[in-house]
Design a protein around this ligand. Structure first.
Ligand SMILES: Cc1ncc(COP(=O)(O)OP(=O)(O)O)c(N)n1
Ligand SMILES: Cc1ncsc1CCOP(=O)(O)O
Ligand SMILES: [Mg+2]
Length: 212
């Protein structure tokens, strides 16, 4: 049986926020600060560049035992042997992705409503990204924020791991965990930080404090 995945501090990359630094450099620092799971999210680069980047990340993350999840692109996940894929409501359907991916691959699904979350659980998702918890300039084509009350509602309805995403940082990460999430997924709080290691470490401390 596969080891349970630690989704507690989940980094989602965004090269637009990386300020001249490479994604690999940011990921290395973030993992040394305590990030437990990494999603490579590339919205504009070529397929070849996406794959090269994913391969380089995977080679480094494998040594650290940290899973690499690919955003949107099942072909890229397959090409590099990633740990899994993250799919939104208009990406490939989970059933089709399961047919294509090797057994044991992780499939995360975005849910903006309880209905979407229940469907993702029923269809065999491994975890759900509940989104957006708070408003965020990083992604604006979203439903209105769920807020902490929305996280609590989702927790009551869903058994598989829940990861909150959207507008999460040092000031509100612990609250998301207290509301019942198994992890916080962050983009700007780490990628745009001047010191991604320090930012990850501070987030880790904030959410750990919550559990002790
Ligand atoms: C952990 C996590 N949760 C939600 C999302 C959003 O995915 P999606 O709705 O497919 O939007 P894009 O990220 O593809 O723009 C996510 N990426 N990760
Ligand atoms: C990818 C994604 N999906 C829902 S909100 C979001 C962006 C979250 O970015 P940030 O952590 O900077 O608010
Ligand atoms: Mg998507």
């Amino acid at each position: 049986m596969n080891r349970p995945v630690d989704y507690s501090l989940y980094l989602v990359t965004d090269r637009g926020l990386a300020k001249e630094r490479s994604i690999l450099e940011i990921v290395k620092k973030a993992v040394s600060g305590g990030v437990t799971c990494v999603q490579l999210r590339e919205k504009a680069c070529s397929t070849r560049e996406f794959i090269d980047q994913a391969r380089a990340l995977k080679a480094w993350l494998d040594q650290k035992g940290v899973p690499l999840i690919i955003n949107d692109r099942v072909d890229v996940a397959l090409a590099v042997g990633a740990s899994g894929i993250h799919l939104g409501q208009s990406d490939m359907h989970i059933r089709d992705a399961r047919c294509l991916l090797p057994e044991g691959s992780l499939i995360g699904i975005s849910a903006e409503s309880q209905e979407d979350a229940l469907a993702a659980e029923r269809d065999g998702g491994d975890y759900i990204g509940i989104s957006p918890v708070f408003a965020t300039p990083t992604k604006t084509d979203t439903a209105p924020p769920l807020g902490l009350e929305g996280v609590r509602r989702m927790r009551k309805a869903i058994r598989i791991p829940l990861v909150g995403i959207g507008g999460i940082g040092l000031s509100n990460g612990a609250g998301v965990m207290t509301a019942g999430a198994d992890g916080i997924a962050v983009v700007s709080a780490i990628v745009a930080a001047d010191d991604p290691k320090k930012a990850a470490r501070a987030l880790k401390k904030a959410i750990e404090k919550n559990g002790t």
